[in-house]
Design a protein around this ligand. Structure first.
Ligand code: CU
Length: 462
């Protein structure tokens, strides 16, 4: 393996002054999820807030984050998308013991990649993320691109009951075996969005994070042409999305650059139209009345500096395939979930509703999970993921970013590296990555209900 990747993941001994020290506490809190009139909801949040604090750290600078568990149950933190040492990955049983109530765990890593990432629990994930535990983790470039403002939209979907509290009943069999727990209120940065004030002529870098349990979004910016500059934190060739829609499945991030080309005083809708017949206006861009900041769009490059990812050697690959199986197909039948279900109701109380290559691993991670496949360190893995189900699945790989090569046989353009790859029903995706980070790593669907009900596996890099 190369010298560069060794230095990325090995822990060096460091002077205290070099380390960026942070603290987080998972705890109960209250938040207004229902708009300005609504009663406040009881939530679980990092430092008691929804979302948790934005962690802004620097590429290549070591960070040490002490996490205290103020909940009444075990937790962990997974630093989603960060390529870090296995022991810091936050999977209970597999990479660390869970953090017990009242106890702490210190996470230490040096983020090798700049970009937009996020953090969330990997214990009782469906409930803990669903009650609000999530925050953005932004790794700053040494030399960022020129923009007037750098903005984050942390998108969260909530299922609220009539009294505006987070609805109980997590993990119903229907949610588990169908589309997951899609809610009825979407917030931006923890509040019900009214409008976003912008100025004509300004250039904005907008970091979109979908921290929802299950809701897939497809955002359209009326009258604007967002340019995608990064996906899942990793810079891509700047490009406008197909048909102008930014598709964000749970756990995905997209960084866009938008030149505010609208007219002062006017309003433009931001619409989410992912689900047929269920389009809604997420928010509006509200132009203030000041004169345009500039008459022509900013003449500055959009390409972000690349991260130190090892290029896959496609001439010499280890081929692996995973097949996603299960879920409701109509008529109350599950397909492809083998003898693992027993007599239990599929998806109910931790019973399997899904499988990968015929095996259902349920829950959040535990001791003794058998790897689906093993890769020698330094090898290029060519991973094919085939979705045999009738449902959408954002498949998340821990510890790596994958270069997405092809979707249903067609090459994927724009050099897209992703840690969370969305598969439509019946899709086949081909990806490649260099197995440069040793350990046992999770590969699972990020629709939390699906993960809990068996759409999860583990692979090993020796
Ligand atoms: Cu799924």
């Amino acid at each position: 393996m190369g010298v560069v990747s060794t230095s990325l993941f090995n822990t060096r001994s460091l002077r205290a002054s070099e380390v960026d020290e942070r603290e987080l506490k998972a705890m109960h809190g209250r938040a207004n999820l229902a708009g300005h009139e609504g009663p406040w909801a009881t939530i679980w949040g990092y430092d008691g807030t929804v979302p948790g604090p934005i962690l802004r750290v620097q590429q290549g600078r070591p960070v040490r984050i002490a996490v205290e568990n103020g909940l009444n149950e075990d937790t962990t933190v997974h630093w989603h998308g960060i390529r870090l040492p296995n022991a810091m990955d936050g999977v209970p049983g597999l990479t660390q013991p869970p953090i017990r109530p009242g106890e702490s765990f210190v996470y230490e890593f040096t983020p090798p990649d700049a970009g937009t990432f996020w953090y969330h629990p990997h214990a009782d994930s469906l409930v803990q993320i669903g009650r609000g535990l999530a925050g953005a983790l932004i790794v700053e470039e040494t030399e960022p691109i020129a923009v007037d403002r750098d903005i984050l939209w942390m998108l969260q979907d909530w299922r609220l009951s009539a009294d505006k509290q987070i609805s109980a009943g997590f993990g119903s069999a229907m949610d588990a075996s169908m589309s997951g727990r899609v809610g009825n209120v979407v917030t931006i940065n923890g509040t019900v969005p009214v409008s976003q004030v912008v100025r004509a002529g300004e250039r904005i870098r907008l970091r979109l994070v979908n921290a929802s349990l299950a809701r897939i979004m497809a955002l359209r910016f009326e009258g604007h042409r967002p340019v995608i500059v990064a996906i899942d934190g990793q810079p891509c060739d700047p490009h406008e999305p197909d048909d102008g829609r930014l598709v964000l499945a749970p756990a995905m991030r997209i960084d866009v650059v938008i030149d505010m080309q609208g007219e002062p005083g006017k309003r433009y809708a931001v619409i989410d139209d992912f689900y047929d017949g269920l389009a809604y206006t997420l928010t509006t861009l509200a132009y203030d009345n000041t004169s345009p900041l500039r008459t022509h769009s900013l003449d500055a490059p959009l390409g972000l500096p690349r991260n130190p990812l090892q290029q896959p050697d496609l001439a010499k690959v280890e081929r692996q395939e995973i097949i996603l199986q299960g879920g409701m197909m109509g008529g109350g039948k599950l397909t492809g979930v083998g003898g693992m279900m027993g007599m239990a109701t599929p998806g109910m109380n931790g019973a399997a509703a899904w499988a990968i290559n015929g095996m259902s691993m349920t829950g959040d991670g535990h001791v003794g999970m058998t790897p689906q496949f093993t890769l020698p360190r330094g090898a290029t893995c060519h991973l094919t993921m085939r979705n045999e189900t009738a449902w959408w699945h954002p498949m998340h790989i821990h510890g790596f970013s994958m270069l997405v090569l092809a979707r249903n046989g067609s090459p994927v353009p724009h050099r897209q590296w992703q840690d969370t790859v969305l598969l439509a029903p019946k899709d086949t995706i081909e990806c490649a990555f260099v197995a440069d980070n040793p350990g046992d790593w999770m590969l699972h669907c990020h629709v939390a209900d699906h993960q809990m009900a068996g759409l999860m596996t583990v692979f090993r890099v020796t």
